[in-house]
Every structure is written in C-alpha cells, then in structure tokens.
Design a protein around this ligand. Structure first.
Ligand SMILES: C[S@@+](CC[C@H](N)C(=O)[O-])C[C@H]1O[C@@H](n2cnc3c(N)ncnc32)[C@H](O)[C@@H]1O
Length: 205
C-alpha cells in the first residue's frame, strides 16, 4: 500500500499515468473519467455548494467544482499532492491529514452538502471503510450525500473476474469497495457501474 511518501513521488506524474491506463481501458483506471463525470453530474443536479474531497490528489475533480464557485475543502496526506492542488485552488481549504485516523480536528464542527472520495477509499480495509463512512455521514447537511468513486464492483464474483483478467497488474494491497458487501451495512446505498473495474457509490445521510 502506498504511504504519503509514495504519493509524493507519484504526484507529478499522476495525471499522465492515470490517463494512459484510462485510455487503454485497462485496470486500474478504466472508467476513471466516467467515474469523475458521474460524481460531477450528481453534484451539478443538486443544490448543495459545500464539498469535502477526501484524498483529492492533484484536484482533477475538485478544481472543476472550485472553478464553478463551489466551496471546496479537502484532505490529503501527501504534501506534494497538496502543493499541486493548492496552485490550482488557492482559496480552497486543503488540510494535510491521514483520513484513516478520522476527520481532522479543523473539520469537527463542519457539515458538507457532498463528501466525495475518488480512488482513495481502497486504502482502507472493509471494517475501516464502514466506520469511516459512518463518521462522514455525521458531517452531511440534511439531504447531503457521500459520493465514492473507485475501482469497484457490484459483486465479489465480478471482482474475481477482474483479478483474473488483470493478471500480474492486480494490486493485492488494495481493498476495493464491493456493492454487495457494503449493502450489508448500508442497505439503501446505490451503485452505478462505470466500467469493468469501476463504479460510483452514493450514500445518503
Ligand atoms: C489514487 S489518488 C486519487 C486522487 C484523486 N482523488 C483522483 O481521483 O484522481 C489517491 C489520493 O489519496 C491520498 N491518500 C491515500 N491514502 C490516504 C490517507 N490514508 N489519508 C489521506 N490521503 C490519502 C493520496 O495521497 C492521493 O492523493
């Protein structure tokens, strides 16, 4: 599993390597643009303006919202990712913090219309995912949503097929969200498949 130093090293080449994998329609980033566009579309169709982006990276999605006058807050543990995102979004509230430790104290009293997390929640094991999502729910405004996009699957069988198809590329260190597993804890959760290895989850508060 990559730590903050690993992401510091990846930061400058991140957008390029994601685009190569996405354009080749290969695991892990096949469907990346559809995932981000899907989340963007859900946000645009609502009225909320205050967003928390967890694991914002180079800010591909949050920068788009920032430019459209959304109020952007973000958490990331990589100093270099924060530097890159800060150049694009100087007025965003970007906090260096490890989200596996819960939300940072600076956000204790804050609520958000949308909490988004793209290609980052797979760094948490399943039990941690559930606890973290429950904590985030406490920080939603009424009618707010958590939108998670990632390498993701409807069923464990679909994940197994992807693992076989991906061969040596498959990353055993990552823990991808699976709809049939998360639905045991969040029965009303919605999942939209975006490619053979990606999708968007929507959790309502
Ligand atoms: C694969 S990148 C995704 C970036 C962006 N959300 C996107 O969709 O392109 C994962 C990001 O999550 C951050 N990250 C991973 N684990 C984290 C953790 N435990 N706490 C804070 N940030 C984390 C990394 O630094 C990196 O910026």
């Amino acid at each position: 599993m990559l730590g903050s130093k690993g992401f510091d090293l990846w930061a400058d080449g991140y957008d390029k390597s994601v685009n190569l994998s996405e354009e080749a329609d290969e695991y892990p980033f096949a469907g990346y643009k559809k995932v981000l566009a899907g989340i963007y579309g859900i946000i645009k169709s609502g009225n909320g303006k205050k967003i928390l982006d967890v694991g914002f990276g180079t800010g591909v999605l949050s920068k788009k919202l920032y430019d459209e006058k959304y109020l952007v807050y973000g958490i990331d543990f990589s100093g270099r990712m924060i530097e890159i995102a800060k150049q694009k979004m100087p007025d965003a509230v970007l906090i260096q913090h490890d989200f596996s430790q819960g939300l940072p104290p600076e956000l204790a009293g804050e609520t958000f219309d949308y909490i988004i997390c793209t290609y980052a929640i797979h760094h948490l094991e399943d039990v941690q995912k559930v606890n973290t999502l429950r904590e985030w729910m406490e920080h939603l405004t009424e009618g707010g949503k958590i939108l998670v996009g990632d390498v993701a699957f409807e069923t464990l069988d679909e994940m197994e097929c992807c693992k076989v198809r991906s061969g040596e590329e498959w990353d055993e260190d990552e823990s991808y969200p699976v709809a049939e597993v998360l639905k045991q804890e969040f029965p009303s959760l919605q999942f939209q498949k975006m490619s053979f290895c990606s999708g968007v989850f929507s959790f309502s508060g």
